[in-house]
Design a protein around this ligand. Structure first.
Ligand code: ZN
Ligand code: ZN
Length: 241
């Protein structure tokens, strides 16, 4: 009934396909668009979740020991529809989208062998957080219903654009970008909306381990397969890392 009245007064149309959205619990995208999202299913690297490694077992990144984190999974592939949803969450203040995204994340966490008992959402730089008014990673991570630390990790450097940078340039750009206030221990689960090249998450994992973490796990809603990361890095995601 409340939905009915609200829909008369403030009709909601899907931010992706513009169909009317009758139930507010969908948070601004229609049920069909939510249902069209693609789950990231095996085969993927057993350690870092990289989609479809070319050979059996660990992917190239893991075999070369390029990740500082110990385990990573993403719930969905980064499709155009998901890009639109995340974009609206970040830039159009459609914070209600975070509920559904958080539930998708939570399902992935329960399905996969995560052991972390403290959640740290990837922090935004102070100025960016002030400008946006919220941290989307924090809104999404809140749905996990686990203990969450939002002040333990700080983003010292504003690294606005990673666009067009090579892996090594990204690494240099991010060096010293984060700082842990105090000491940490045990297993930490780092949460973000999109895993693009993994550079940011890698630098965070390095920082957390220097501060005493034994194990760092990464959980994201979306994953850009590495063969697509370069092209996607030039799209909207990269601006917001
Ligand atoms: Zn739709
Ligand atoms: Zn891997």
């Amino acid at each position: 009934m409340l939905d009915f009245v609200l829909n008369l007064l403030f009709p909601v149309t899907c931010i992706v396909c513009h169909a009317p959205v009758r139930e507010r619990r969908w948070g601004g995208a229609c049920p069909e668009c939510w249902a069209s999202l693609l789950a990231l299913e095996p085969p993927f690297c057993p350690k870092c979740g990289e989609p479809a490694p070319a050979i059996e077992g660990l992917c190239g990144f893991c075999r070369r020991g390029e990740h500082n984190f110990d385990f990573a999974r993403s719930a969905l592939l980064f499709t155009q529809t998901l890009r639109d949803i995340i974009h609206h969450l970040k830039y159009a203040d459609r914070v209600s989208l975070a509920t559904q995204l958080g539930d998708i994340l939570s399902e992935c966490r329960r399905r996969e062998p995560f052991t972390g008992n403290l959640v740290i959402p990837v922090p935004l730089h102070r100025s960016r957080q002030r400008q946006r008014g919220f941290n989307q990673a924090e809104l999404i991570a809140a749905r996990l219903g686990l203990p969450m630390a939002t002040r333990l990790l700080r983003r010292k450097k504003d690294t606005p654009s990673q666009t067009g940078l090579t892996r090594n340039e990204r690494k240099r750009n991010l060096a010293g970008a984060f700082e842990v206030r105090g000491r940490v221990s045990g297993t930490i689960m780092v949460v973000d909306d999109v895993y693009t090249t993994g550079s940011t998450l890698n630098e965070i994992a390095r920082t957390l381990k220097c501060a005493g973490a034994d194990r760092v796990e990464v959980l994201t809603v979306a994953r850009v397969p590495s063969y697509r990361a370069a092209e996607t890095a030039s799209a909207a995601v990269a601006r917001t890392q």
